[in-house]
Design a protein around this ligand. Structure first.
Ligand code: ZN
Ligand code: ZN
Length: 237
């Protein structure tokens, strides 16, 4: 008898082949099991880990947002922001059915009106344009080699962009909540994306509390918000 190990023991690492092969049907895609972060052998480990968590248990918001041990908080927030942009595109698809230049000629949420920052100077884009421009702008910024040359270590000078990105993404939720409630609720029931956003914002201080204008469920009886807009047009870009 020889002591040579069987090739199947030595060469196959099925858990590491975490790719949808060409020709995979949609319902069969991503059917690999969730594994702990240290098992990933990829330059995009944090992203893959986050996406796997979402697929596995998107209702576990606390776990989704919790910083994985041994990783930089800034890199984790970065992956979350990228992921939010990706998933917000699905909300936009739903909004496009009823949000257009006629229904929403300005980007508003409740009494607030927002100017689009995706132009040479702040511009009064209609809501759906604002939303698309904002998502494109955030995605472009997060993919910028200049500001985010590495996904593992984020330059300190780039961190200031997190808050401006989050503040603008928040307005997409706010517009949907105030002006397209049914769309918002159907999407949120399915995806819990706003719940994740809010937890992320609270955990990492992304959006100032006084700019969070969607009432929280525990605010409905006891409105503790401190941002009562005093004029039609408030801050803006
Ligand atoms: Zn609209
Ligand atoms: Zn615009």
């Amino acid at each position: 008898m020889t002591s040579t190990a069987s090739p199947t023991e030595t060469t196959l690492k099925p858990a590491l082949v975490r790719r949808n092969l060409p020709g995979t049907k949609l319902e069969d895609a991503y059917q690999f099991p969730h594994i702990s972060l240290d098992k990933y052998e990829s330059a995009f480990a944090l992203q893959e880990y986050l996406q796997s968590l979402i697929r596995t248990d998107k209702e576990n918001i606390d776990l989704l947002v919790e910083l994985p041990p041994g990783h930089e908080e800034e890199a984790w927030q970065y992956e979350h922001l990228r992921q939010l942009c990706l998933e917000l595109n699905y909300l936009v698809v739903q909004l496009e059915a009823e949000c257009n230049r006629q229904s929403c000629p300005e980007m508003k949420a409740d009494e607030w009106m927002y100017l689009c920052a995706a132009h040479q100077s702040p511009t009064n884009c209609c809501a759906i344009d604002y939303i698309v421009h904002t998502l494109d702008g955030a995605t472009t910024l997060l993919n910028s080699q200049k500001y985010f040359p590495s996904r593992i270590s984020i330059p300190e000078s780039s961190l200031k962009h997190y808050q401006s990105i989050a503040r603008r993404l928040y307005r997409i939720f706010a517009h949907a909540w105030f002006h397209h409630r049914e769309v918002f609720e159907a999407f949120e029931n399915e995806n819990l994306l706003y719940a994740r956003f809010l937890k992320l914002s609270d955990r990492y201080g992304l959006v100032a509390k006084n700019l969070l204008i969607i009432p929280r469920s525990n605010d409905i009886d006891n409105d503790s918000r401190d941002n009562i807009p005093s004029s039609e047009v408030s801050e803006l870009t």
